[in-house]
Design a protein. Structure first.
Length: 368
């Protein structure tokens, strides 16, 4: 059974969103998504939510989700991970044959969080890894390992920031578009050397909703669907001391599964564009290598600016990449538009994990 992306809606993205509560943001994005997908609430079978209590500021935060989505007395399943982990869960549920249409939800109200670093630090092992340091220390260690174990230079890492922030200037939904030089990036305030504060994505607010369904539902309701031809997920070791910090094992595992399902033999030739997690600049390069792409020259990577240009949305970050991918497949990306019929969407849960998702998305359903 095939799984299709019927439509999406967003509210955001902005550094702050004082005019709307997070519940209002979710409701607005949901209404946009349902209209985009051509569906009404009564035909949706349930929802999958990507939520964590800490960013929400509420215990059992997912209890606040059904009302905004119109899912009262319908099943709502919660994933403590990235938006794309929730997409993978929804796809599996649809493939069981018990659901025809499901909605996936996540949001960020980062501007409400006064101590973002402290919240991120809480994700570390409390005995061995939760130091009284910036939680970005692990990213600094990864960056050191990556440039030591690969031919990548620190200047090439800085170039990722330069390119993505510049691309975001053409993206109306990206609040952090800007013009920088490599020297600007390298000379910025040090956080965990050689990591500087311009080498990772600033936070932003926003809500993202996706409507997934069977191919039959796509034909019946959606006017501009896209189709998942491959979907995989995986994680590297949760024990930091046992992990190769120069390579994303979670990405490699997820990619292998997605490529096999999509029948991809050569990702460089079979994929038109890559929407890859760049929450940290070096992670974009690391993820591309783990995707089996050793040479990035000539490839289209994060043409809408990625997270460096669009912001870190906590659990919703991967959803922003999916939204950008869908807009490209539809020819609706404005000044960021490229020519693409098949794209790869990658998501990473963030430090201290190596938990990743890879999805292959097509503008048309391809025969198996």
């Amino acid at each position: 059974m095939g799984v299709a992306l019927l439509g999406m809606g967003i509210c955001g993205f902005t550094p702050t969103s004082t005019g709307l509560s997070y519940r209002e943001m979710i409701a607005k994005a949901a209404k946009m998504a349902y209209r985009d997908a051509g569906v009404t609430i009564d035909v949706i079978d349930g929802a999958v939510s990507a939520e964590e209590d800490f960013p929400s500021g509420y215990s059992i935060a997912d209890e606040y989700v059904p009302d905004q989505l119109g899912m009262v007395r319908k099943p709502v399943y919660t994933i403590p991970g990235d938006f794309m982990h929730a997409v993978a869960s929804a796809a599996m549920q649809i493939e069981t044959g018990r659901f025809d249409i499901l909605v996936v939800e996540s949001y960020s109200k980062a501007s409400n969080v006064l101590t973002k670093d402290e919240m991120v630090r809480f994700a570390y092992d409390p005995v061995f890894n939760r130091f009284g340091l910036s939680p970005h220390w692990l990213a600094g260690l990864e960056l050191n390992s990556f440039i030591s174990e690969s031919p990548t230079t620190i200047e090439e890492v800085a170039e990722v920031v330069v390119q993505n922030r510049a691309a975001a200037m053409d993206n109306a939904n990206a609040p952090y578009g800007d013009s920088f030089s490599i020297e600007d990036i390298l000379d910025a305030r040090p956080v965990a050397l050689p990591l500087t504060e311009l080498m990772f994505a600033p936070h932003a607010d926003g809500a993202i909703i996706a409507v997934l369904g069977t191919d039959e539902a796509a034909r019946e309701y959606a006017s501009r669907p896209a189709f998942f031809s491959g979907l995989g997920w995986g994680s590297g070791s949760s024990i930091l001391e046992r992990r190769d910090h120069s390579f994303s094992a979670g990405t490699a595992i997820a990619a292998e599964r997605a490529y096999d399902e999509a029948g991809i033999a050569s990702v460089e030739h079979d994929v038109d564009a890559f929407f890859v997690s760049d929450t940290y600049a070096h992670r974009q390069l690391m993820h591309m290598e783990s995707l089996g792409v050793n040479k990035n020259e000539g490839l289209i990577i994060n043409p809408n600016g990625g997270a460096l240009g669009g912001g870190d949305l906590f659990e919703a970050t991967g959803g922003a990449r999916l939204y950008e991918a869908l807009s490209q497949l539809r020819g609706e990306a404005g000044r960021c538009q490229i020519d693409a019929e098949r794209v790869l969407v990658h998501a990473w849960r963030g430090v201290p994990t190596d938990s990743c998702v890879v999805a292959i998305l097509d503008s048309e359903r391809r025969s198996s």
